[in-house]
Design a binder for this molecule. Structure first.
Ligand code: SF4
Length: 365
């Protein structure tokens, strides 16, 4: 039977999974309205149609020294570079305190493959944070690729590294460093950043030890449709295999400034279509998150294309160096969601309840 919008709609409406061929057909042929409608149908299985969740978070870049040399990266500095850095704990505590004062509760620690930082550096850093802040905040400790690098550097197994971090109070190791989970893509752009198998084996260990993890994706380099579908297949299969080990799927877009690869940004509409396709294809993932960090107002628009959650990022040097412009006006970002017809609810990640804000959002200047 040939693929048509009707054959795919029948599947989606009856909660049947679409195939990779269906996904390719949708990407190449479906009208925007059809993609939105189908994504809305899958979204409705998990979420109220007019509600979106959001959170306030900050990426803390603890070092910019990295030896992976990905050609799309605008952030890294090689060891001995004059502007290379490793941040002090005090510097990072101050960053945490600043966001707490704004009402945020989630932090992501992201650096690079820094040969000077061994596993004990991370254990010390994360246990100090947990000791100082307890359950009043939550943090994403490293990305999967940073974890794998440190394990190899220190000649310990991934299982041992995960266990050491867990004992230090780590609860989340997110799926960063995925970009496109297709080996031909990784060979072209980031040959030192591990194969798909190495990546997934590491993530499997994280789930096995009971830590939380997520899926991420970055589009807009030079990846083919096949490579994008490879990525979605890897994520969907992993979610099946681990019976829901991934909390969410977040996709953002490549920023082409100040790096070796260069190029240009993809059109806004392409991002929205990709979010819709991801929502339809990843039928086993509850949360599809939109990227305000790289798409600003268009990221919030993705709520009408199947996304249900977004964060308001306070800082992320990696994407800012590559051209991202961060919007810190919280009301303005929430206003975009209201314009799309969504009621927004804060999704707190920290275990302790959110303390009353010193200054309610509505009354801020
Ligand atoms: S993307 Fe990450 S791993 Fe690659 S060079 Fe930049 S900091 Fe290093």
């Amino acid at each position: 039977m040939s693929i048509t919008i009707n054959s795919i709609s029948l599947k989606v409406n009856s909660a049947q999974r679409i195939t990779r061929e269906d996904a390719a057909w949708l990407w190449n042929n479906a009208a925007d309205e059809d993609l939105q409608r189908l994504a809305g149908t899958v979204r409705k299985r998990y979420h109220e149609s007019d509600v979106a969740t959001y959170l306030l978070m900050r990426i803390i870049n603890y070092t910019n020294i990295c030896v992976a040399k990905c050609d799309y990266c605008s952030f890294y500095r090689l060891p001995n570079a004059k502007d290379g850095y490793v941040r002090s704990k005090e510097y990072m505590f101050q960053k945490i305190d600043e966001l707490i004062a704004e009402g945020g509760d989630l932090f992501g620690f992201n650096g690079g493959f820094n040969p000077q930082l061994k596993l004990d550096y991370y254990v010390d850093l994360f246990s100090s944070i947990r000791e100082k802040y307890g359950d009043s905040i939550e943090f994403y400790a490293m990305t999967i690729v940073e974890l794998l690098y440190v394990a190899r550097l220190c000649k310990v197994s991934v299982a041992e590294a995960v266990s050491a971090l867990k004992n230090a109070g780590v609860r989340w190791i997110t799926g960063g460093g995925a970009e496109i989970l297709s080996d031909p893509f990784r060979k072209r752009h980031s040959p030192l950043k591990y194969t798909v198998k190495e990546y997934i084996d590491t993530q499997r260990e994280i789930v096995k030890q009971g830590l939380n993890t997520t899926a991420t994706m970055v589009i807009g380099f030079d990846e083919s449709l096949d490579e994008r579908l490879d990525h979605l297949d890897v994520v969907r299969d992993f979610q099946d295999e681990t019976n829901g080990g991934l909390f969410s799927f977040l996709c953002w877009t490549y920023k082409p400034y100040n790096n070796e690869l260069g190029g240009s940004e993809i059109p806004k509409e392409e991002y929205l279509r990709h979010i819709a396709l991801s929502r339809i294809y990843l039928d086993n993932i509850k949360h599809i998150r939109a990227s305000v960090l790289t798409q600003n107002a268009n990221g919030v628009k993705a709520l009408s294309w199947g996304a249900d959650d977004f964060d308001i990022p306070w800082e992320d040097e990696v994407t800012q160096k590559a051209g991202a412009v961060i919007e810190q006006d919280i009301e303005k970002v929430l206003g975009y969601a209201a314009e799309e017809g969504f009621r927004t609810v804060y999704r707190r990640v920290a275990r302790a309840p959110r303390p009353p804000l010193k200054q309610p959002l509505e009354s801020r200047a």
